[in-house]
Every structure is written in structure tokens, then in C-alpha cells.
Design a protein around this ligand. Structure first.
Ligand code: ZN
Ligand code: ZN
Length: 96
């Protein structure tokens, strides 16, 4: 059973392991420019983490005209990935 769908730009590829999904998002997709500070960040989980961890919710909402639901959805994604994923493995695989 595949549980994790990529979802970037309609990509419907699915993965059994969340680690595989995050590595795929960060390595197979182009980097995206942060709408708040202009930094180039890997797409998917890392892009969400960047914008929520490095910027205030207000800055994020202003830059993306995000609804409270959109913010909450991203917070849920972060929480889910961080609960389920071995982030050390992901970083090692991306750096390796
Ligand atoms: Zn993808
Ligand atoms: Zn930024």
C-alpha cells in the first residue's frame, strides 16, 4: 500500500515510506523560491518547513495570501512528516 503522494504540481507518484517521498520531493523536483525572502529551497516538506519555521505566520499569510485553513494544512503536514519520518536518514541521503 502506498500512503504518501507527492502532490507537487499534480505529481501523483506515491511512496511507501515518507523518507522516500521527502527525498524525491527535494531531489527530483526543481527548487522553489520562497515568496517571503526569495531564498531557493527544496520543494515539498523542506519548502513548508522553511516558510513556517523561518518566517512568522503573518509574513507567510501576507506573501501567499494564505487562508487560515491553508496555514493549518501545512502545519499538519509538517507535524505528520516530523512524527513519521527519520529526518537524519533524509538529510544523510540528500547529502550523500
Ligand atoms: Zn514528485
Ligand atoms: Zn523565506
Amino acid at each position: 500500500m502506498s500512503h504518501w503522494a507527492c502532490g507537487i504540481e499534480g505529481d501523483d507518484e506515491t511512496f511507501d515510506r515518507v523518507e522516500d517521498l521527502v527525498v524525491h520531493q527535494a531531489s527530483d523536483h526543481d527548487r522553489v523560491e520562497c515568496g517571503v525572502c526569495g531564498a531557493l529551497v527544496p520543494d515539498g516538506y523542506f519548502a513548508i518547513r522553511h516558510v513556517l519555521d523561518d518566517h512568522s505566520r503573518q509574513a507567510y499569510v501576507r506573501a501567499y495570501e494564505a487562508s487560515p485553513e491553508a496555514v493549518r494544512r501545512r502545519e499538519e503536514i509538517l507535524e505528520t512528516v516530523e512524527t513519521e519520518a527519520d529526518l537524519n536518514e533524509i538529510v544523510e541521503r540528500l547529502e550523500g
